[in-house]
Design a protein around this ligand. Structure first.
Ligand code: DX5
Ligand code: ZN
Length: 231
């Protein structure tokens, strides 16, 4: 279901993003509706949906049909992270499934501007992502095309991994670049994030944090969200 998003012409801020973006990959798929309902009650404004093809990353997750079912049971903003070798083949499918933002990886499209335009033409926010070993300087010249920058703080493919501290440098470098060039790109960090490291990532310049394992295993998700929102 198409949720109201800001007009697509040019950049527009993603509607007030909560600082916590639960990654559904870590939810219990035998009780997905309940897990999504608990995320809603916890006060988040978006869900992060990890799409994996078993080729760009060594894992396979879920596709547009599951995204469509998720879209049918929640009004949360759907932030779709394509870890695919040929993401452009699926932009329209995930838009039709209800994606509000579609992010792909610079590693598969070294000249990503034209794909940002394709995503914007679908009425959806465009995001670009880099792996921990990618030099952020390679991405910065393209950043003005994008509403969202997803900095991977683990190597993509699996939840439950350890946060890679060195990625904080990419976060602060991107933050300085965005400020210097008055861009409106939001910075999201993804992988290995928990109560203990959340504040340092926000202090480095992140607008939002993808949390999979740490969110869905937390005893008090609402308190977790409040704590991070206020940090
Ligand atoms: C990894 C995904 C991440 C992951 C986050 O490839 O892109 O979004 O699901 O899960 P945690 O928070 O458990 O690292
Ligand atoms: Zn992700």
């Amino acid at each position: 279901m198409r949720k109201p998003v800001a007009p697509v012409s040019g950049f527009c801020h993603i509607p007030a993003m909560s600082k916590v973006a639960p990654s559904v990959l870590a939810a219990d798929f035998t009780r997905l509706a309940e897990d999504i309902s608990s995320a809603e009650k916890a006060g988040v404004s978006l869900l992060h949906l990890d799409i994996m093809d078993g080729h760009f990353v060594p894992n396979i997750s879920f596709g547009p049909d599951i995204v469509k079912q998720i879209d049918g049971i929640t009004d949360l903003y759907l932030d779709v992270h394509l870890m695919l070798s040929e993401p452009e083949k699926y932009f329209e499918k995930f838009c039709d499934a209800g994606a509000n933002a579609i992010t792909f990886h610079l590693e598969v499209h070294p000249d990503p501007g034209k794909y940002a335009e394709q995503i914007h033409d679908l009425g959806v926010k465009a995001g670009i992502s880099i792996n921990p070993d990618m030099d952020i300087e390679k991405l910065l010249p393209h950043l003005h095309h994008f509403d969202l920058l997803l900095i991977m703080s683990v190597y993509p493919g699996f939840g439950g991994q350890k946060f890679i501290e060195s990625t904080l440098t990419s976060v602060s470098t991107a933050r300085s670049f965005i400020l210097e060039h008055s861009l409106r790109t939001e910075i999201m960090v993804d992988g290995g994030i928990n109560r203990q490291n959340a504040k340092s990532i926000i202090d480095a310049g992140a607008d939002s944090l993808v949390m999979g394992t740490a969110f869905f295993r937390d005893e008090d998700q609402a308190e977790l969200v409040r704590t991070i929102e206020n940090s």
